[in-house]
Design a protein around this ligand. Structure first.
Ligand code: ADE
Length: 224
């Protein structure tokens, strides 16, 4: 069982994705649990404020420490070992090895239940002191998004699909694209054989498993 708690100002942005397809199945099978915590509930004053202007001047508003610490501490009260992930453009670039590490599939031994808290910053940034409660800073690439919600979904999706049992009867996640370092999947075809003049390579219809394996190995993409 793996659990993700997402602390966000926009829980409604995440709920639909976590309620369909594989994420829904993982939930139904009891393999994954998702919890959405509204950061606004920990906001300050009558307006439930969560951000303020930067010391030293500058544009925009920064996420304040108090609501973030209160939200994380409330989750950790019931789960002291939960690890905190912060999506940020200056984090380590997210990759398959990191997804495996979080899923626990890099370890040979039976792994205990895992609980991750994803803290979604929004607007222009966050108070640097928030980093003192963060275990992993991860970036989705060298571009800037408006918040951590899309990164949170990418992290959850790429980790949950690696949990044994989630992909069900499909080919295991192990032999799919990216699961073996930088080894990419080979091209695949289904019916019809001839679509608008584009034909399926004949070797795939040959029934010769050795030749098929060779063709697939030759046609697997590689990044490096
Ligand atoms: N927040 C804003 N941009 C981001 C990115 N590229 N990756 C992770 N978090 C972000």
């Amino acid at each position: 069982m793996i659990k993700f708690t997402v602390i966000t100002l926009f829980p409604e942005a995440l709920e639909p994705y976590l309620s369909c397809s594989m994420m829904w199945k993982a939930r139904e099978k009891g393999l994954a649990e998702f919890e959405l915590v509204n950061l606004r509930d920990f906001g300050l004053g009558p307006h439930k404020s969560v951000d303020d202007t930067p010391y030293g001047g500058g544009d925009g508003m920064l996420l304040r420490c108090e609501p973030v610490f209160a939200a994380v501490e409330s989750v950790k009260a019931g789960s002291p070992d939960a690890k905190v992930i912060l999506p940020t453009p200056v984090g380590e670039i997210w990759n398959q090895e990191m997804a495996k590490e979080l899923a626990g599939t890099l370890q040979i031994s039976v792994t205990p239940a895992r609980h991750y808290i994803i803290l979604c910053p929004h607007y222009e940034g966050y108070d640097e002191r928030i980093l003192s409660i963060v275990d992993y800073k991860v970036s989705m690439g060298k571009y800037v998004l408006t918040g951590g919600e899309l990164p949170a979904l990418i992290i959850i999706d790429s980790v949950v699909r690696l949990i044994p049992g989630v992909l069900g009867g499909e080919q295991s996640a192990e032999i799919e694209s990216f699961s073996d370092g930088d080894n990419l999947e080979y091209p695949q075809y289904t019916k019809p054989y001839d679509f608008r003049g584009m034909k399926v390579p004949d070797v795939l219809l040959s029934g010769n498993h050795g030749e098929i394996a060779k063709w697939r190995a030759e046609h697997s993409g590689r990044i490096s």
